[in-house]
Design a protein around this ligand. Sequence first.
Ligand code: AMP
Ligand code: MG
Length: 331
Amino acid sequence: MLAYSKEREIALQATIVASQFCEKVRRDQASQAFAKPDHSPVTVADYGAQALICQTLKAQFPQDAVVGEEDPLVLSSPGMQSCLDQVTAYVQTWVTGATSQDVLDWVGQGQDPTGQRFWTVDPIDGTKGYVRGDQYAIALALIEEGVVQVGVMACPALPVQFGGTGGPQSPGVVFTAVRGQGAEMLSLASGTRSPLAVNRISTPQGFQLIESVERDHGTPEWQHRVIQSLGWQLPPLRMDSLAKYGAIARGEADLYLRLPTGNSLQRRENIWDHAAGVIVLEEAGGKVTDQWGKPLNFACGTKLQDNEGIVASNGYIHEAVLEAIGERAEA
Ligand code: AMP
Ligand code: MG
């Protein structure tokens, strides 16, 4: 049996269940969101998906630690009673007899950043996209001694290909990767699995940039200025969530830039916002570093403390982009 087969299969099933959960909540509740203490939005689906995923991981891999984005202390705070009641009611549709305490316990199982081997979970990456009716991802990755070994990300609203049928009504796709074993995409509509490979484009004039919909999650003006010096021409694609890594892994985009400047220079990225996407893209032949060319270091706790900015590419244009960033930084 191939290494990590069980991990990949359990993670795949857990993200598929979470996708169905999130899509059901989105159909029922449209754009209802609550505010976390840091003012970022959170929904019934973020908590429910984390509860279901953690419950599965702890049942299947009781020795493994899990680090999830959502905090049960927020969900159990007085202002969130209505959210907790709704999460519990939805989770009961999936787990008969589940109580609010069970939900809090399962969400809380994802609060243990201690292991040499641990899972990191983002139950909904791109909550703003989820609420807007756009793209989002359910991300799960297994990290061992700082190395991402398995990554799974479900994109419930992403069609099998751009321009194809799909969108918010389609059951979407799931990207999976195991270190050294390549990356695949599963179509949730047909069950078809296809191997993933980046676009071999190396000429800057023809490459496709992809970046966040939320402009303040990067610095689009600076990002564009950097690659204009390479002769970049095509208008950028904009997409929420880790789905951007999937778009490059399947050859529909070539470069994802997430460059902090000004006030956000001190900000460090969360591991769960990148781990699954990084391994999917690397196993499809792409490359991911920070803006100075350093590999992402997943051994620093919940943040990528050692890294500034993200440069994810098809690999072929990576060095040219890093050089352009370096030159502009010196200028
Ligand atoms: P995206 O969908 O690519 O725009 O990224 C969504 C992620 O952006 C969320 O998971 C947040 O953790 C993260 N985020 C929130 N605020 C910022 C910020 N100011 N800069 C960069 N990332 C952010
Ligand atoms: Mg996130």
